[in-house]
Every structure is written in structure tokens, then in C-alpha cells.
Design a protein around this ligand. Structure first.
Ligand code: PLP
Length: 421
């Protein structure tokens, strides 16, 4: 079937074996997807989603039925009191920044218990860059409990670290690091420890890349607020832009005050023509996340058979949609990313090159040919050109296309003599 691409026969054989070896993992991914779909479908039905929800309002957006119903659907899916799902969030970082500025006040202490937060948040917090307009500039203090050498939360250090914290902050995903993603069980443990020493702290979770990867979400584990991006998992590859914040109603309201205005909050902000794609995206999301995870599991299985170290480890529990392939040499990263690009449905004719991306110490190479700009729920691969020359692979709207993308990447490496079969 894949011969339209003229893949090497030895590669197709290795692919069939890799897929067979991942069968148990695929089955578990399907069970989780079915569970997520049930949550979503039930929430649509219970909130009486109808065609009127897709019409979209303009102007101030008072009584915007599509927007208000979507917030309730979202809250039901994530088992929270309330949610703020908006195309007005320009990115995940914007949603996270809104949550932090919404909840924190001058003099408050923010404590990250999963080490340094995602790169783009360092400037928001004020631990990198000029600090101008950052949380620090507004008198919010910051402290972090670093991860252990194994990249795990330092459970012994957390009780001390969270004392006096207004917000205890966790990042679920590995992000662009080799540490494992947090499981929902890890998050439950952190919430438990925090509540013992600081029952009033707001536990806030950066849920980017984590939605629908497990049966439960951080809010099922006791987190007060979760935040994410709609051009990742919960947008299902269909939402065109946006983000969400979900959790305790009083906290969601504070975030809405920050996003729009104090006093207006959630009552304004028209949905324009974005509702239908946000609803459809959520509807597709559990299945699309499953497709992305299967693409990653297939890649890890195949590249392990070539002798590479791939994360998460075989049999390890995933907490996000990222798969790391340690390719050990720059040429391998270049060939892999060129293959992913060539295997994309959009911009397949371009060749990615490593470049000096602002804010990064090493050059970064990125491959993505997506329908939505920057959407990493679509097949993409990137990484900094430095030891251990690891590519971070994520996305894949359909498993069939994701698999072909991975095969194209392997074929490029084979053609350049970087792998031997
Ligand atoms: C994507 C992501 C963010 C936010 O990034 P944006 O590019 O602004 O959407 C934050 N944290 C994690 C872990 C992420 O994966």
C-alpha cells in the first residue's frame, strides 16, 4: 500500500515489525480515546448543543449562546466548576499568562514545583529578559523546586518549597526536555503534599500537550486550574486558534477579568465564526490525540529497532503527546526533519534548516507542514542542534499520514547512509 512512495522494502518490513511490537500500546491508546470520546459526547448531549451554538455572535457578545454553552461543555469534560474557552487567547502562553496575572497579586509568591517552567513563561514571570511588565515587575515573587537528577518531581523538597505560596505551578508535559511528563497520579501526589502544608494554595497546571492522553485529567487529581492551547490536543486539529482555562469558578472569573475587564469578565467577547470549529475540534480531540500518540509510538518502536534511545521508554506511561528520538548526530536530525517535512500534506517541497531562533542558545531545526500555523497537534518535529541531538516529535492528525511521515523520515536517513538495515 505504501509503495506509491517507493519506500525501501527492508524499511517496510521493519515498519511492519515495529507496528506489531506496538500493538499492546495501540490498544491502550484506543481505550483511552474511547473513554475521552464518551466524556465529550456526554457533555455535548447534557448541555443540549445545537446548531444555534455554531451561529456565532458579533459586537460585545452579550448572551453569546455558542460561547457560553462551550464553556459549560468544557467544564463538564474536565470535571470543573467553570471554564473560559476563547479564540481570543493568541496562544498557550497567553492563556497561561492570563491565569497567572489573573490569580496572583502584588506580594504573592508563585512556586513552580516542576523546575524551570516552559521557555516562553520565563519572561512572563520575569526570570529572563528585561522583566518589564512581568509578574516580578508587579511585585510577585517566584521560587522553584528543581526536579531530581532523574527529572522527577522532588517530593521531599516540595513541602518546604510550597510554604507561603499563593500559586503552586506544575507543568505536565516534558516540554522540550528529556524529563518524563507527569502522570495524573504524579499530579495527585503533588496536590496531596501541597494541601498538607498549604491548604489554601491554588494548584495551577500547565496542561499543554496533556489533554486526553490519560483517562483522567489534572482536575480529577485535585488541581484548581488547568490551562492549555487549542492548536494542540483539545482543538483536535480543527480549532483555528485559541486557548482555555478551566477550574474553580472563582478563579476562572479572576482569569476572565484579566482577559477582558474587571466586572465584565466572561460576559463579553463575541465568538465571531469560531464556535463551530471549536466544538468540532473538541469532538475530534480524543481520537486525534490517539492518532498523534500512535504516530509517536510507531516512531519510537521503529527507531528503537534501529538502535536509538527513544522516550518515553517502552512500556512507560505517557503524560503528553511528545516522543523523543535521540539521533546522536546533527546529520541525522537534519535528515529526519527533512523527511518529516517531505512527508507533510502542506509545504512538503521545502527543506527545513537549523537557524538561530531568538531565545535559544543553540540553533534549532523545525519541520512542520500544517494546515494551521504552528499547530503541533499536526505532525511536527523539532529540536536544538546539540547533544544528544534529540528530535521532539509530536502530532499526526491521522495515524495513516503520521506513519507515512515517519517512514519518509526513516527513508531520508537510509538514503544518506545514516541507518543501516
Ligand atoms: C506549547 C506549550 C506552551 C505554550 O506555548 P504556545 O506556543 O504559546 O502555545 C506552554 N507549555 C507547554 C508545556 C507547551 O507545550
Amino acid at each position: 500500500m505504501q509503495n506509491a512512495f517507493e519506500f525501501d522494502e527492508r524499511l517496510l518490513k521493519a515498519a511492519a515489525e515495529a507496528e506489531a511490537a506496538a500493538a499492546a500500546e495501540f490498544a491502550e491508546i484506543d481505550r483511552i480515546s474511547q473513554h475521552g470520546t464518551a466524556k465529550v459526547l456526554r457533555a455535548f448531549q447534557q448541555n443540549r448543543v445545537s446548531a444555534a451554538c455554531f451561529a456565532g455572535a458579533n459586537g460585545y457578545g452579550y448572551d453569546d449562546v455558542g460561547r457560553d454553552t462551550l464553556d459549560r461543555v468544557w467544564a463538564d469534560v474536565f470535571h470543573t466548576e467553570d471554564a473560559l474557552v476563547r479564540h481570543h487567547f493568541v496562544s498557550g502562553t497567553h492563556a497561561l499568562s492570563t491565569a497567572l496575572f489573573g490569580v496572583l497579586r502584588p506580594g504573592d509568591l508563585l512556586v513552580s514545583v516542576t523546575g524551570a517552567p516552559y521557555d516562553t513563561l520565563e519572561e512572563v514571570i520575569g526570570i529572563r529578559g528585561s522583566g518589564n511588565g512581568s509578574l516580578r515587575d508587579f511585585g510577585v515573587q517566584y521560587r522553584q523546586a528543581d526536579l531530581t537528577a532523574a527529572g522527577l518531581p522532588d517530593y521531599d523538597a516540595i513541602p518546604q518549597a510550597v510554604q507561603g505560596a499563593k500559586v503552586v505551578y506544575l507543568q505536565r508535559s516534558r516540554g522540550y526536555s528529556l524529563r518524563p511528563a507527569l502522570s495524573v497520579a504524579d499530579i495527585a501526589k503533588i496536590v496531596g503534599i501541597t494541601r498538607q502544608v498549604n491548604p489554601d494554595a491554588v494548584v495551577m497546571v500547565d496542561n499543554c500537550y496533556g489533554e486526553f492522553v490519560d483517562y483522567d485529567e489534572p482536575t480529577d487529581a485535585g488541581a484548581d486550574l488547568i490551562i492549555g492551547s487549542l492548536i494542540k490536543n483539545p482543538g483536535g486539529g480543527i480549532a483555528e486558534t485559541g486557548g482555555y482555562i478551566a477550574g474553580k469558578a472563582a478563579l476562572v472569573e479572576q482569569c476572565a477579568y484579566r482577559l477582558t475587564c474587571v466586572g465584565m469578565g466572561k460576559e463579553v467577547g463575541c465568538s465571531l465564526n469560531q464556535c463551530r470549529s471549536m466544538y468540532m475540534g473538541l469532538f475530534f480531540a480524543p481520537e486525534v490525540v490517539a492518532n498523534a500518540r500512535k504516530t509517536g509510538a510507531f516512531a519510537a518502536s521503529l527507531f528503537r529497532s534501529f538502535g536509538y534511545t527513544c522516550l518515553p521508554e517502552s512500556g512507560g506511561r505517557a503524560g503528553d503527546i511528545i516522543t523523543v528520538l535521540e539521533l546522536r548526530e546533527p546529520a541525522a536530525m537534519e535528515a529526519f526533519c527533512a523527511g518529516i517535512q517531505a512527508g507533510s500534506p502542506v509545504d512538503s517541497y521545502v527543506t527545513p534548516e537549523a537557524w538561530d531562533m531568538p531565545g535559544y542558545e543553540s540553533k534549532v531545526i523545525m519541520a512542520a507542514g500544517a494546515f494551521t500555523g504552528g499547530a503541533s497537534i499536526e505532525l511536527s518535529a523539532d529540536g536544538p542542534m546539540r547533544e544528544p541531538y534529540a528530535v521532539y516529535l509530536q502530532g499526526g492528525l491521522t495515524y495513516g499520514s503520521g506513519k507515512l511521515g515517519i517512514l519518509q523520515a526513516a527513508q531520508f536517513m537510509l538514503g544518506r547512509g545514516l541507518i543501516r538495515l
